[in-house]
Design a protein around this ligand. Structure first.
Ligand SMILES: NC(=O)c1ccc[n+]([C@@H]2O[C@H](COP(=O)([O-])OP(=O)(O)OC[C@H]3O[C@@H](n4cnc5c(N)ncnc54)[C@H](OP(=O)(O)O)[C@@H]3O)[C@@H](O)[C@H]2O)c1
Length: 240
């Protein structure tokens, strides 16, 4: 059994690849270019690599891709360039989530497959009564108008919440919500909450990418962690 990671050469994705390989897991990745993947990962015996853009894959190829994987993780995000933010694909994360879930369903595995989405504290879990200030509502409204990647992140999580839901026979999901991402060399203490405990706009906290990767690996490998957070949108902050 192995884990498929898309967005695997991104700043968080590559840390998750490394964490899972260090735990002795098998990992499959799809990346647009292998050039941007660290050399230390490329030669690893437990890593299988496909060089292709995830949204260019046919449905049949995607079903083959996810076959044999017990977990699928999206660390996709729009590149922070004008083209990445305003160009196509406008719904990179949502479309990849949708198509990967369709591929998982098509395979009709006997046990549900874990789907983990990297999301954001800027998105609310509408299954819960997550309240935000009027000021934050206005800023988020503006972000929806001005920043297509924000809408993409919202739609991707909403897809899991409303279209996959809690009782899909083939998929169980978790949408991990980090706050302001920073780079750190090592895993540090972090805390997980069911909802944000601070304003993502006016009082943002910090979350190390390496802590996000570690928590995702825990979700994949630790039954207790998975059972606690499946079907939810846990928020992760570094402990201060
Ligand atoms: N920045 C923050 O403070 C913050 C906070 C909370 C949540 N987030 C969310 O966290 C997620 C990941 O963050 P990160 O910093 O780890 O991301 P990142 O380093 O920008 O990585 C993004 C990944 O997506 C891939 N990608 C981008 N455009 C693509 C396309 N058109 N087709 C296929 N793959 C594509 C990139 O591949 P290439 O290398 O080929 O481009 C890369 O692997 C994002 O969704 C972001 O919105 C960010």
């Amino acid at each position: 059994m192995s884990t498929l990671i898309v967005g695997a050469n991104g700043a968080t994705g590559r840390l998750l690849v490394e964490e899972l390989l260090n735990r002795g897991q098998r990992v499959k990745i799809v990346v647009r270019s292998l050039n941007s993947l660290p050399e230390k990962l490329k030669g690893h015996a437990n890593l299988s690599m496909i060089e292709e853009s995830i949204l260019d894959m046919s449905h049949a190829d995607m079903a083959t891709l996810v076959r044999g994987c017990h977990a699928v993780v999206s660390c996709l995000g729009h590149n922070l360039t004008f083209r990445g933010i305003y160009g196509r694909p406008r719904r990179l994360v949502t479309d990849a989530t949708n198509r990967l879930c369709n591929a998982i369903r098509k395979n009709e595995a006997t046990e549900p497959i874990k789907f983990i989405l990297m999301n954001t504290t800027g998105n609310r879990n509408h299954d819960l009564d997550e309240r935000i200030s009027i000021g934050q509502k206005c800023v988020i409204g503006l972000l929806r108008l001005l920043l297509p990647p924000h809408v993409d992140n919202e739609k991707a999580a909403n897809y899991l919440r409303t279209k996959i839901g809690q009782n899909d026979p083939h998929i169980r999901w978790v949408a991990v919500r980090p706050d302001g991402l920073i780079d750190d060399a090592e895993v540090t203490n972090y805390k997980i909450f069911k909802s944000p405990t601070r304003s993502a706009i006016f009082d943002a906290g910090v979350t190390s990418r390496i802590n996000v990767a570690f928590f995702m690996a825990e979700l994949i490998n630790t039954k207790k962690t998975w059972d606690m957070w499946k079907g939810k949108m846990p928020v992760i902050y570094n402990s201060v």
